[in-house]
Design a binder for this molecule. Structure first.
Ligand code: UT7
Length: 333
C-alpha cells in the first residue's frame, strides 16, 4: 500500500472587528505603549465584545470561510478537532457546536486542550487520523476568546492576549506534502507557573473566586518566558536537524505569537532571518491556540507549493513542540 501523507489543502480565519490598542489599554491599567512594544511587541489586539458570543462564533466563521475556499461540502467532513482553552461551556465541546452550526451531519468532533500548543497537538492528531486511511477530510481549528479569561486590572497579563480563530483542512495525499514530522512534549511540572486557579473541579466558581479574579490567567511571566525560549528553540532545532533542514532550505518559521522577544530568540537560535518568520503579534497579540493558524491565514499568499515550514509553540502544562509541514499548494489570493 502506498504511504499516505496528511496535506493541508486550505486555511480560513476570523478576527473580531473591535481593536483594543495600547492607548486604550493605558487608560485601563498602569501601562504604556513603549513598555508593551519593547517587552512584548503587541500594538493592538482584537476583542470579541458582543454579548453572548463565545469561541464557537469565531471558530464557525473561520471554518465556514475555510469550507468555502476549499470548495468542501458539509457532508464530506469526517472529523472536526478544535484546539481551545476557552470553550463556550465546560461541556459540550466547541467542536460539537460547530457541527450543528455548519450542518456537518457525517462528522464526529471533539475539543483538544493543550493551551497555546493546542494547534500543534491537533494538527498531529488530525494527520494521524488521515494516515490511518479511514478519514478523508478533517477540519482543525485553533480558537480562543482570551478576553474571557483575562484580568483587565492586571497589567502583567492583560496587554498580552487577544481573540481570534483560524482553521485548516487536512486531507490524504500519496505525494510528499503536508504534516511530515512532529515532536511534541508535555511536562506537568509547569502547572504552578501558568494556570487558571478557579472554575475547574478543584476550585469551582464561588463568590470568593469571582471577587478575587481567580477565573483569569495566572502567569509567572519570567519563568514561563525562560522555558518558552529554551524549549521552543531546542525543539525547532531538533526537528530541523532530524529532517535535514537548515537555514537555507527552511522557507518559513511559524512561531507561537506570545512575545516578540521569544520569537527573536527562536529565529536567532535557528539562524533564520526575521523575513522568513511569520509574525502578526503586533496586530493580534497572543490568541493562544489560534496564533499558528492565524499566521498561515494572514500570510497564505506568501506560501508556495513545496515550501518547508516549521511550526513551534509553547504553553501552559507545560506543553510545547514543533511540526514540520511541506506546504501543498500555491494560494489563489
Ligand atoms: O502563551 C503562553 C506562554 N506565555 C508566554 O510565553 C509569556 C512569557 N512571558 C512573557 O512574555 C513576559 O514575562 C511578560 C511579557 C509576561 C512580562 O515581561 P517581563 O519582561 O518578564 O516583565 P516582568 O514581569 O519581569 O516585569 C518587569 C517590570 C516590573 O517592574 P519592576 O518590578 O522591575 O519595577 C513590572 O512591574 O515591568 C513592570 N511591568 C509593567 N510595566 C508597564 C509589568 N507589566 C507592565 C506593564 N506596563 N504592562
Amino acid at each position: 500500500m502506498e504511504k499516505i501523507n496528511a496535506i493541508i489543502t486550505g486555511v480560513g480565519g476570523y478576527v473580531p472587528d473591535y481593536v483594543l490598542n495600547n492607548e486604550e489599554l493605558s487608560r485601563m491599567v498602569d501601562t504604556n505603549d513603549e513598555w508593551i512594544m519593547t517587552r512584548i511587541g503587541v500594538k493592538e489586539r482584537r476583542i470579541l465584545n458582543e454579548e453572548g458570543l463565545g469561541t464557537s462564533y469565531m471558530a464557525r466563521k473561520a471554518a465556514k470561510q475555510l469550507m468555502q475556499k476549499a470548495g468542501s461540502q458539509a457532508d464530506e467532513i469526517d472529523l472536526v478537532i478544535v484546539a481551545t482553552s476557552t470553550a463556550d461551556y465546560p461541556f459540550p465541546s466547541v467542536a460539537s457546536i460547530l457541527c450543528d452550526k455548519l450542518g456537518l451531519k457525517n462528522a464526529f468532533a471533539f475539543d483538544m486542550q493543550a493551551a497555546c500548543s493546542g494547534f500543534l497537538y491537533a494538527m498531529e492528531t488530525a494527520a494521524s487520523f488521515i494516515r490511518s486511511g479511514r478519514y478523508k477530510k478533517i477540519i482543525v481549528v485553533g480558537a480562543d476568546k482570551m478576553s474571557s479569561i483575562t484580568n483587565y486590572t492586571d497589567r502583567a497579563t492583560c496587554p498580552i492576549f487577544g481573540d481570534g480563530a483560524a482553521a485548516i483542512m487536512v486531507e490524504p495525499t500519496t505525494e510528499e506534502y503536508g504534516v511530515l514530522d512532529s515532536i511534541l512534549h508535555t511536562d506537568g511540572k509547569g502547572l504552578p507557573f501558568l494556570h487558571m486557579k478557579a472554575g475547574g473541579s478543584v476550585c469551582p466558581a464561588s463568590y470568593f473566586t469571582v471577587d478575587n479574579h481567580l477565573h483569569t490567567v495566572y502567569q509567572e511571566g519570567r519563568t514561563v518566558f525562560k522555558y518558552a525560549v529554551s524549549n521552543m528553540s531546542d525543539v525547532s532545532a531538533t526537528i530541523a536537524e532530524k529532517n535535514n533542514l537548515t537555514k537555507d532550505n527552511i522557507d518559513w518559521v511559524v512561531p507561537h505569537q506570545a512575545n516578540m522577544r521569544i520569537i527573536d530568540a527562536v529565529a536567532n537560535r535557528m539562524e533564520i532571518p526575521l523575513e522568513k518568520v511569520l509574525i502578526n503579534i503586533d496586530r493580534y497579540g497572543n490568541t493562544s491556540a489560534a496564533t499558528l493558524p492565524l499566521c498561515i491565514w494572514d500570510f497564505e499568499s506568501k506560501l508556495k507549493k513545496g515550501d518547508n515550514l516549521i511550526f513551534t509553540a509553547f504553553g501552559a502544562g507545560f506543553t510545547w513542540g514543533a511540526v514540520y509541514v511541506k506546504w501543498g499548494y500555491d494560494s489563489q489570493n
